[in-house]
Design a binder for this molecule. Structure first.
Ligand code: KDG
Length: 345
């Protein structure tokens, strides 16, 4: 009888201690004034789930959920399931979505200064782009997003863009003549392709495959990884290494959501965006490198742009750069050029 009683008491003690442990855990989560409520991030992108951008978004999810002990959960959406770059950015402003990672090109519709990053032939290499974007100049642009109710947490990489089409191989500027090319929704892209002699149309990524399939457009431009993973080779014949624009991504968060996080949570999402961004740049570069060979194996013709042909393209687009340099502000554009020069030393 005595034995049974002490067993019951031990069991009671074990249960009591376990309950105390649980309470401690709840208090840990409450650190920083958090009420303990679970917050949800809906994160959407335009590219599909095979793309490095989505793989790195999963990395962001893993880091955030682990570091917040599940107090912030991340739901991920790919393939424009939540909309295109512009509509998702608008949803962030309204607070009906928390994260998206658009190219800088559509961001220029919200903060026009971002156009400078889409100047053709601006960045000479990925490494220089990393230094400029991760440095003071890059931060200056991220700070400009706040007035638009957006928080820029980090730069990720879309990469050097290359032209594909189904009419003819592109070797020189003359080959652009009359080509119906899809561009992102960005004035610099649009005007640069007009200056090269093409007939550009802005269009959301989600509509592009069908537009190429049905011949509404003859071609498009994107990094090799995207051309390959979005299977554009199924509806495109020729690819050239125009490398005409280095396209950064910006990891955007809704400002109203960010402001509602505790300081500790803000730190966690910021660090996670940067950390997952490193993963993204690495994976993106690996994928780009192998994608060109895979596109050729899949039957696309590949044309190399000679340095002379690229020089001619640069000259043709120069008036567009002059026009937008004035619009953005000469001093700010000069700051970007100076940072690019410094990054090469
Ligand atoms: O997820 C990012 C995409 O929505 C988009 O920015 C990709 O480069 C792109 C394009 O051409 O639309």
């Amino acid at each position: 009888m005595k034995k049974t009683l002490s067993l019951v008491m031990v069991a009671f003690m074990v249960l009591f201690l376990a309950a105390c442990g649980g309470e401690d855990k709840a208090n840990d989560n409450a650190e920083g004034g958090d009420s303990g409520e679970v917050k949800k991030i809906r994160a959407g992108i335009g590219l599909n789930d095979a793309h490095p951008q989505y793989q790195s978004l999963l990395e962001f999810k893993k880091i955030v959920e682990e570091k917040t002990n599940g107090q912030i959960v991340v739901e991920t959406y790919h393939s424009s399931q939540l909309g295109d770059d512009r509509t998702m950015t608008e949803a962030l402003q309204l607070g009906s979505q928390e994260v998206t990672i658009p190219s800088t090109a559509p961001i220029a519709n919200f903060v026009p200064e971002f156009s400078v990053f889409d100047f053709p032939f601006l960045f000479p290499s990925e490494e220089v782009a990393d230094k400029v974007l991760d440095g003071e100049v890059g931060q200056k642009f991220l700070d400009m997003l706040e007035d638009q109710n957006l928080v820029g947490l980090a730069y990720w990489e879309n990469g050097f863009r290359d032209v594909t089409n189904s009419v003819r191989p592109i070797a020189t500027a003359a080959d652009f003549k009359g080509l119906k090319l899809r561009t992102m929704e960005n004035e610099v892209h649009l005007e640069a392709f007009k200056a090269l002699g093409a007939n550009p149309t802005p269009m959301a990524l989600g509509e592009l495959f069908t537009a190429m399939q049905q011949g509404t457009v003859d071609g498009q431009e994107n990094p090799y990884a995207t051309i390959n993973l979005q299977k554009f080779n199924e509806v495109q014949e020729h690819v050239s290494n125009t490398h005409h624009i280095y396209s950064p991504f910006v990891f955007l968060m809704s400002k109203s959501f960010y402001d509602g996080l505790t300081e500790e949570q803000q730190q966690i999402v910021k660090e996670a965006a940067v950390e997952a961004g490193k993963h993204n740049r690495e994976l993106n570069r690996e994928t780009n490198e192998k994608s060109l060979a895979e596109l050729q194996e899949a039957g696309m013709t590949y044309t190399e742009i000679t340095p002379e042909a690229r020089e001619e393209m640069k000259e043709l687009v120069q008036p567009v750069l002059d026009k937008y340099t004035k619009e953005i502000g000469e001093d700010l554009v000069q700051e970007v050029y100076d940072a690019i020069e410094a990054a090469q030393k």
